[in-house]
Ligand binder design. Structure first.
Ligand code: ADP
Ligand code: GLC
Length: 480
């Protein structure tokens, strides 16, 4: 099949979260399975500076209609692997910036213009290159307008650019909602401004457009697909989701086992595998050293790597601060984001500097070392569409502590609920829930035999992308 993916992040070129990992691994797997895969990505500064991209050739210029004006740009293209082509939609004014979506303080004010331009750049490039895809698959709100823009261009020029459109929701909490006056920049017909179109409480919602106007809608775990149909998790779009329930499905993300494998991972100093755990013990010492803690520390290490946001349940962790003050345990957090949460975590670290550490930076290699060197990985998310770290931690022999939500509940089996197949500790997303989970972890750590058994079970799990890529293939075929 000819498959086009459109996304605002792609590992290893640009990443703020799991979206980048998921799109990279899915597209690479589809390409190795013989499909002709094209990925469109904004030409952010970081992407253009990436060693694999610096030699990308400029294929053509862009002249994009944006309301009553035209804006220029250009497309650079390269092919990092067989069957895989990446096109970068470039315009300095929009994408030559430090971060993809905003400064640490706030989102960029022109994000709607940036991503309308991006989606229009995709459509224009397909038209220019006379591409005709079987499927165009867009990810998250940044690509929400794509199905409408495609349809509009197809009608205008009497061509077919794509047979079917698929839209994947990675996180319904980010919806791309902007003042309705920005709708003019889309050049779409005014009738789409209404409640049956992009309107969401008087504003324009790009996520809503993606959900309503794509042929198929997917999300990143079966449980999240059910959750977003409820008021509790739907972030106001549950009604819209319900209206598309027949075309909605949840496929769990996989993990890229060429990047996340403790036997080969170049970002960890020692390698290991099931039954050969000496390397893991050495990674633990290295982690303690790099975190500035006593390398001889014997208690359990709780690791955490995440964006510091409300979603990740940092407040639940903070409200369990006493656990880390009173017990012989270490907590190592790698995370950047909300300044208030960061300050509160810093306060906790200042209270127990010998046992609690916060590194507030983005550090790919430290994230691998935390997976390898910790004993437990903590993810007390209030909601979690899929989550990747709970899978990474299982294959790295680090037992996950997770809330019973979304993809966490789909990829971790609680060891008390299911002693035969359990791989981790699960609890409700509340302060008491996490307190119970932490207490259970302490008990488990004291029972070395059981701990090792659960650890080995996790390390043997198969979270590869093959099954999920196949599920997407079947969905594409079914849609066609
Ligand atoms: P989300 O996409 O909601 O942030 P995921 O669990 O799907 O959550 O993916 C997060 C990804 O980002 C993981 O690969 C994680 O290791 C990585 N990550 C998050 N914060 C950092 C950080 N400060 N440094 C390095 N990697 C990080
Ligand atoms: C989003 C979600 C996360 C998911 C990732 C990749 O960022 O918050 O749960 O794993 O997308 O699909």
């Amino acid at each position: 099949m000819k498959i086009v993916h459109v996304a605002s992040e792609l590992f290893p070129f640009i990443k703020t979260g799991g979206l980048a990992d998921a799109v990279a691994a899915l597209t690479a797997t589809l390409a190795t399975r013989g499909h002709e895969v094209t990925v469109f990505l904004p030409g952010y500064r970081a992407v253009l500076d990436h060693p694999l991209v610096v030699n990308a050739t400029r294929t053509h210029g862009l002249r994009i209609e944006m309301g009553d004006m035209f804006m220029s740009g250009e497309v650079r293209s390269f092919s990092p692997a067989p069957n895989l082509t990446i096109h970068l939609i470039c315009r300095e004014e929009f994408f030559d910036r430090r971060n993809p979506y905003g400064t640490p303080e706030r989102d960029y004010e022109d994000n709607h213009h940036r991503f309308i331009f991006f989606c229009k750049g995709v459509v224009e490039t397909m038209r220019f290159l006379e591409m005709s895809a079987d499927v165009i698959h867009g990810h998250d709100w940044q690509c929400g307008l794509l199905p409408l823009l495609l349809r509009h261009a197809e009608q205008r020029y009497g061509i077919t650019l794509a047979m079917k459109t698929v839209f994947t929701i990675h996180n319904i909490a980010f919806q791309g909602v902007f003042p309705m006056r920005s709708f003019a920049r889309t050049n779409l017909p005014d009738e789409l401004k209404g409640i049956d179109g992009v309107e969401f409480y008087g504003q324009m919602s790009m996520m809503k457009a993606g959900i309503l106007f794509s042929d198929r809608v997917t999300t990143v775990s079966p449980r999240y697909a059910r959750e977003i149909q409820t008021a509790e998790f739907g972030c106001g779009l549950d009604g819209v989701i319900l209206s598309r329930a027949a075309d909605l499905v949840g496929f769990i993300n996989g993990i890229d086992t060429t990047v996340w494998n403790p036997a080969t991972d170049p970002l960890i100093p020692y390698h290991y595998g099931v039954g050969k755990l000496a390397g893991k013990a050495k990674c633990r010492t290295e982690l303690l050293t790099r975190a500035g803690l006593d390398p001889k520390f014997k208690g359990p290490i709780f690791g955490m790597v995440c964006r510091l946001t409300e979603q990740k349940g940092i407040d639940l962790l903070l409200d369990n601060g006493a656990f880390f003050r009173k017990n012989e345990v270490a907590l190592i957090v790698l995370g950047k984001g909300d300044k208030q949460l960061e300050a509160s975590l810093r306060e906790l670290a200042a209270l127990v500097p010998t046992h609690v550490v916060l590194s507030s930076r983005v550090d790919e290699s430290m994230s691998h070392l935390i997976e390898a060197g910790s004993d437990f990985f903590v993810m007390p998310s209030r909601f979690e569409p899929c989550g990747l770290n709970q899978m990474y931690s299982q294959v790295y022999g680090t037992i996950p502590l997770v809330t019973q939500v979304g993809g966490l509940a789909d990829t971790v089996v609680d060891i008390d609920a299911n002693p035969e197949a359990g791989t981790g500790i699960m609890f409700s997303p509340s302060v008491a829930g996490l307190a119970g989970g932490l207490a259970r972890a302490l008990k488990l750590y004291a029972d070395k035999q059981l701990y090792t058994e659960i650890q080995a079970r996790g390390m043997r799990s198969d979270f590869g992308w093959a099954k999920t890529a196949q599920a997407y293939e079947e969905l594409y075929r079914d849609a066609l």
